[in-house]
Structure formats: C-alpha cells, structure tokens
Design a protein around this ligand. Structure first.
Ligand code: HEC
Length: 107
C-alpha cells in the first residue's frame, strides 16, 4: 500500500516529538564515545583503531549482569584510576550511558 510508509513515519515523528527535552539521546552518546572514549575503549563493533586489550569494550561492559544505568552513571560521575576526568555534564553522562546500554541488544 502506498499510504503505509507515510503513516508509519508520521507516527514515528509523533513519538519523537513527544519525548521530553531531557530524554536520553543514545545518538549523541555515541558521538561522545567515538570522540572521547575510543582512544582506549572499543566503543562499537565496527571500530578499526584505538582501543586496548587491557580496557573493557563498551559492548562487554553493557553485557555484564552488574551493569545498570545507575552503576554507569555513578562510575562516570566519579574520577578513577586509568581514566581521565572528562568533566562530562549530567546530560552527556546520561547520553553515553544510554549509548552503552543500547549495545546490549546488538550482535
Ligand atoms: C585513557 C584511557 C581511557 C579513556 C579515554 C576512557 N577510558 Fe573508560 N576505562 C579505562 C580503563 C583503564 C578502565 C578500567 C578501569 C579499572 O578497571 O579500574 C576503564 C573503565 C571504564 C568503565 C567501567 C568498566 C567496568 O569495569 O565496570 C566504563 C563504564 C568506562 N570506562 C567508560 C568510559 C567512557 C564513557 C569514556 C569516554 C567518556 C571512557 N571510558 C574513556 C580507560 C579509559
């Protein structure tokens, strides 16, 4: 049917518009991860360079049973050994956390 794709995209637009302004943005989180984190971490499965065997990949972090939105948020808000303090804003942390958790469902 010709009208179907239009209807679906209209519905998706409606959904996107209904998101509150503070909503987590995994896409923005992915950009932060690529710019700032990929020097040490493998942040996505297509990554060709950067990353180190000594540092957990984002996808392995996402798959750990102990990983949750709360655990990642606390981790990223606290400076720790081996990782520079990026001074991420709360919104940036939320976006990176959303991105990392989104890797759970990817191959
Ligand atoms: C300079 C290298 C470096 C950069 C850049 C870096 N990390 Fe890390 N990260 C590490 C190391 C090393 C560890 C392991 C720390 C440990 O085990 O104590 C780690 C651990 C982590 C963990 C926790 C894994 C666990 O064991 O629970 C998370 C989450 C994380 N990094 C997220 C990030 C994010 C998000 C960024 C980008 C904003 C980032 N890292 C940038 C080096 C880095």
């Amino acid at each position: 049917m010709f009208t179907r794709p239009f209807l679906v995209s209209a519905m998706l637009c409606g959904l996107a518009a209904a998101q509150p302004a503070q909503a987590q943005d995994a896409g923005a989180g992915e950009r932060i991860a690529q710019n700032w984190c990929s020097r040490c971490h493998v942040v996505d499965s297509g990554q060709q360079k950067g990353g180190s065997d000594a540092v957990p990949t984002f996808s392995s972090i996402a798959r750990r049973a102990s990983t949750s939105q709360a655990s990642l948020t606390v981790f990223l808000a606290t400076p720790h050994r081996g990782m520079p303090d990026f001074n991420l804003t709360r919104a940036e942390i939320q976006n990176v956390v959303a991105y990392i958790l989104s890797l759970r469902d990817r191959p």
